[in-house]
Design a protein around this ligand. Structure first.
Ligand code: A2P
Length: 319
């Protein structure tokens, strides 16, 4: 297994289990299968609304002696409705209670979008808090306190573009250690990846398989299906592996962490085996020439609500 190594020497396994869209009733078993198979990195978030069940699986794994707490890297994310500086710790405390942990290995600001405390998902302009009301730098100050207290061993962000990262970097006492973003051959994000590398910010690839089970509101019938991409199939055939394994291996070859989601024991194992696949430079080059570009999680559920103070340019790089 390859690792991301943080400045203090802590290591994060590059391949982890994603839990977004893993339904209650499924995620308990999925986490246990993953730990049994050898995963030592689980990616969670409060908004996935399944952290209690993930916590039950972790508690069982620890009490059964399957793994020790210190041997599993656990990430979670601060939801948009607890961005005010004094609320950040409240957000993490809820996650820690749900996960039944006393610290997370990595805690991320989930989106650069703030909502009123009673709102989970915005329906109208009045549901939001603006950057003037809650500067992201103040949310970041709350995150820094969590790292200093030890409740979060490492801190970072998710869905942050270069402008937002620069803003945090300019005022931060502690720099973000991670940016978790959508990354796959339809959205390779070379510029953002280079920027993060130059600033010493590690990167995690989400939706590495094209998020085929994303909710109805986040898809349309003519969206491209990454797992059906012809050149990915050709490379899979050449190595006698599956297209999903090529996609996971591609992410690891780019030195990004990657968190494929699965609730199937067979696919959980298959995905972990991707760590041993070696793609050659011609495979990587072939993937680079895929010219179809597509973002599956485009954030329009924040930006396109009438009255939203947020724009697509608050989220993504300018084209
Ligand atoms: P399932 O959970 O039934 O295995 P992403 O990680 O990009 O969000 O993609 C998750 C989707 O990919 C889920 O629908 C998941 O289904 C599916 N998936 C996970 N692993 C594989 C695999 N090895 N082959 C095909 N589909 C997979």
């Amino acid at each position: 297994m390859k690792y991301i190594t943080f400045a203090n020497g802590d290591k994060m396994p590059m391949l982890g289990l994603g839990t977004w869209k893993s339904a209650p009733g499924e995620v308990f078993q999925a986490v246990l299968w993953a730990l049994e198979a050898g995963y030592r990195h689980i990616d969670c978030a409060a908004i996935y609304q399944n952290e209690k069940e993930v916590g039950e699986a972790l508690a069982k794994a620890f009490s059964d002696g399957l793994v020790k707490r210190e041997d599993v890297f656990i990430t979670s994310k601060l939801w948009n409705n607890v961005h005010e500086e004094h609320m950040v710790e409240v957000g993490l405390d809820q996650t820690l209670a749900d996960l039944k942990l006393d610290y997370v290995d990595l805690y991320l600001i989930h989106w650069p979008v703030s909502l009123k405390s009673e709102v989970m998902f915005p329906k109208e302009g009045d549901d939001y808090l603006t950057y003037e009301q809650v500067p992201l730098t103040s949310t970041w100050s709350g995150m820094e306190k969590l790292k200093k207290s030890g409740k979060a061993r490492h801190i970072g962000v998710s869905n942050f573009n270069i402008a937002k990262l620069n803003m945090i970097l300019q005022s931060a006492e502690l720099a973000p250690e991670m940016n978790q973003i959508e990354l796959h051959p339809y959205l390779p994000q070379y510029r953002l990846l280079d920027f993060c590398k130059n600033k010493g910010i590690a990167v995690t690839a989400y939706s590495p398989l094209g998020s085929g089970d994303r909710p109805k509101g986040r898809r349309s019938d003519d969206d491209p299906v990454l797992l059906e991409e012809k050149s990915i199939h050709e490379i899979a055939k050449k190595h006698s592996v599956s297209p999903a394994q090529v996609l996971i291996s591609w992410a690891i070859h780019r030195n990004t962490a990657v968190i494929p989601k699965s609730v199937s024991n067979e696919r959980i194992k298959q995905n972990l085996a991707s760590k041993d696949i070696i793609l050659d430079s011609s495979d990587m080059e072939k993937i680079k020439t895929i010219n179809h570009k597509f973002r599956y999680i485009d954030g329009s559920f924040f930006t396109d609500i009438p009255g939203s103070p947020y724009k697509q340019s608050d989220l993504w790089e300018e084209a």
